[in-house]
Design a protein. Structure first.
Length: 365
C-alpha cells in the first residue's frame, strides 16, 4: 500500500495512549508533524513516533499549511474539536477526530457539512465498533436474527471512576462529564447496532450529587470538589420516529454495586454484554434459550485472522479507507446524531422540557 503522511494535533494522553502507538504499527503511515500548545509535548511525540525530519508546532494552522500531509488526527479537548476539524477539512486534509465529535449538535453539523463541502473524509474515534463482539452482533442483526429492535439500553456506568487528570472535570473545555465522555461510546454503539438515526424526542436528567464529596474513594484517587465542574451521573430517554426507544445510563460516581452493560431487545431475540461477554437470548421450539458467544477476537470484517486490539483495528481500517477510498467504519452523519442526542439530554435536564427533533428544531438534520 502507498504511504500516508499524518499530522497529529494534540499530543496528550489520548494521543499517546491510543492514536500514535497504533499508527506507528502501520508500515504505510508516516507521522511527519506534531502540534501541541505545550511545545515539549509535541517534541517528545515527534522524537518517539515521528519521521527523522518531523516538524513540531504550537499553532495547528502551521501544521495544516504543510501540503504533504494527507491525514490529520484531532486529539484536543472537546471544545476545540469542531473548529480544528473544520479548518483541517478546508485545508484539504482527511480528519480523524477523537470522540465526541463536538460539544454541541450545531458544531457537529458544521463539521458534517464541511466534510460534504470539501469531499474529504471525516471519522470519529468510536472504537467500540471495532470490537469483534460488536462486529459479530452487527452481522447477526443485519441478518435479522434479533428481528425488529425496539428497545435498548446504552450503559456506561462506574461506581467510582472519576478521571482526575487532564481537563475531564472542566465543563468549559469538555462540555460535560460522563454523558459526553463515556456515554457517547455506548450510545454510538447502540445506534450503530440498531441502525437507527432518526430520533424524535429526548428527555434527560443530569445529577451533581456526589461530586462535592471530600476525600472520596475513587479508582484514580480522590477528586478535588472545587475542580469538579461537570455532572457525576446523567440519564436520557430517547424515542425514535419508528417507535423504538433507547435509555442512556452513564456515571462516573453512582452508588451501584456494579456497572451494567448494553442491551438490545428485538422481536426475535435479545442481546447483551454481561461481564464483557456477548449473550444472545430468545425462544426456540417452545423453550427459552440463553447463549454465551465465545467470540474470536481475530474474526473481524477486515483483516480477518490478524491479531490486534480494538484501538489498532480502528487505526488500520481508517488508513485503509484513505488508501482504498472507501467509507470509514464510523461515518460523520452517524457521529453527528450522537452529539445532537447528547446535547439534547443536557438541554432537557436544564430546562425540564422534552427536546424534539423536527423540522423546526436546532437538531433538524
Amino acid at each position: 500500500m502507498r504511504s500516508v503522511k499524518v499530522g497529529i494535533i494534540g499530543c496528550g494522553m489520548i494521543a499517546n495512549g491510543k492514536h500514535m502507538p497504533c499508527l506507528a504499527k502501520l508500515d504505510n503511515v508516516q507521522m511527519v508533524a506534531f502540534c501541541d500548545l505545550k511545545l515539549e509535548r509535541a517534541e517528545e511525540a515527534a522524537n518517539k513516533y515521528g519521521t527523522p525530519d518531523a516538524e513540531v508546532f504550537t499553532n495547528y494552522k502551521d501544521l495544516l499549511a504543510m501540503e504533504d500531509i494527507e491525514v490529520v488526527h484531532v486529539l484536543t479537548p472537546n471544545s476545540s474539536h469542531a473548529s480544528i476539524s473544520i479548518d483541517a477539512l478546508e485545508s484539504g486534509k482527511h480528519v480523524m477526530c477523537e470522540k465526541p465529535m463536538a460539544v454541541t449538535g450545531e458544531e457537529a453539523k458544521a463539521m458534517y457539512e464541511a466534510h460534504l463541502r470539501t469531499g474529504k473524509k471525516l471519522t470519529v474515534g468510536y472504537q467500540n465498533r471495532s470490537n469483534a463482539k460488536s462486529q459479530l452482533l452487527k452481522k447477526m442483526i443485519v441478518n435479522g436474527e434479533l428481528g425488529d429492535i425496539y428497545f435498548a439500553k446504552a450503559v456506561a456506568t462506574r461506581r467510582r471512576g472519576v478521571p482526575t487528570w487532564g481537563v475531564f472535570l472542566d465543563k468549559e473545555l469538555q462540555g460535560g462529564g460522563p454523558m459526553i465522555d463515556i456515554g457517547t461510546h455506548s450510545l454510538d454503539l447502540i445506534l450503530w447496532l440498531m441502525d437507527n438515526y432518526e430520533p424524535e424526542s429526548v428527555v434527560g436528567s443530569v445529577f451533581h450529587k456526589l461530586k462535592d464529596t471530600e476525600n472520596a474513594a475513587n479508582e484514580w484517587g480522590s477528586w478535588n470538589p472545587d475542580e469538579f465542574k461537570v455532572e457525576d451521573s446523567a440519564f436520557g430517554y430517547v424515542k425514535f420516529k419508528n417507535g423504538a426507544m433507547v435509555i442512556i445510563e452513564t456515571s462516573w460516581a453512582l452508588n451501584i454495586a456494579e456497572g451494567g452493560g448494553n442491551l438490545l431487545c428485538g422481536t426475535k431475540g435479545g442481546a447483551d454484554y454481561a461481564n464483557n461477554k456477548l449473550r444472545i437470548n430468545g425462544e426456540r421450539d417452545g423453550s427459552l434459550f440463553l447463549n454465551n458467544i465465545d467470540v474470536d477476537s481475530n474474526a473481524r470484517e477486515l483483516f480477518r485472522g490478524e491479531q490486534m486490539t480494538d484501538f489498532e483495528y480502528e487505526a488500520k481500517q481508517w488508513i485503509h479507507s484513505i488508501v482504498n477510498d472507501t467509507e470509514p467504519l464510523v461515518k460523520p452523519r452517524e457521529a453527528m446524531i450522537v452529539s445532537q442526542i447528547l446535547e439534547a439530554v443536557y438541554i432537557s435536564a436544564e430546562t425540564g422540557k422534552t427536546v424534539y427533533f423536527d423540522k423546526d428544531s436546532v437538531f433538524a438534520t
